[in-house]
Design a protein around this ligand. Structure first.
Ligand code: SF4
Length: 187
């Protein structure tokens, strides 16, 4: 099959790409309007591009439209349980549109590499989006690959972000780090 693989970032791409290219023709699509600020978006995209160039791989980049992300999370911006499924849907819809344009048969994502994501919501959302676009949804829970993805991306010298992508997640991650520092100091 020809598979459109949504890449959320370079480090998370490495392991799913290996697994999928054993069985399929793979088109990698970077579709992440959730990432803010724009400098961070550029950094993650260029990290992916540089790694891809070294491996002779082409990357399709979907439109970067952070306003579209802000619109779909309106009213739930500070509620990750409601916000994240909408974010997955927006990104997978962008990838599905590219998949149809490029004549792909199937859709999948690297999002499930991260143990910080909701694998169930990714699967449910991807299934719906794929079916709306006449595509096969090829979900795999890649969380067991996370340690190897971490090791390989470090070895490759890739930039590794310390928050998921949106501005609320940046604030939440900073808050969690501050809390851990305070807990360490109080021991
Ligand atoms: S935390 Fe991550 S998945 Fe959730 S809305 Fe923000 S960028 Fe999207």
């Amino acid at each position: 099959m020809k598979v459109a693989l949504h890449a959320c970032c370079g480090p998370c791409l490495i392991e799913p790409l290996d697994a999928l290219t054993e069985r399929h023709e793979v088109v990698v699509v970077f579709a992440n309007p959730n990432i803010q600020p724009a400098e961070e978006y550029g950094l993650r995209r260029d990290t992916l591009r540089e790694w891809a160039e070294r491996h002779g791989l082409d990357i399709v980049e979907a439109a970067y439209d952070p306003d579209a992300w802000e619109e779909i999370v309106e009213g739930v911006r500070d509620e990750p349980l409601l916000r994240c499924p909408r974010c997955y849907a927006l990104r997978l819809q962008q990838v599905a549109a590219e998949a149809v344009r490029l004549g792909c048969d199937a859709l999948t994502t690297t999002l499930s590499v991260s143990p910080y994501q909701d694998a169930g919501a990714i699967d449910e959302t991807g299934n719906r989006v794929a079916s709306e676009h006449g595509l096969v949804w090829l979900f795999e829970d890649y969380r067991p690959h996370y340690p190897e993805a971490t090791r390989r991306s470090r070895e490759a010298g890739m930039y590794r972000q310390n928050y998921c992508g949106c501005l609320p997640s940046k604030a939440e991650a900073e808050e969690a780090r501050a809390l851990r520092r305070a807990q360490r100091r109080s021991r």
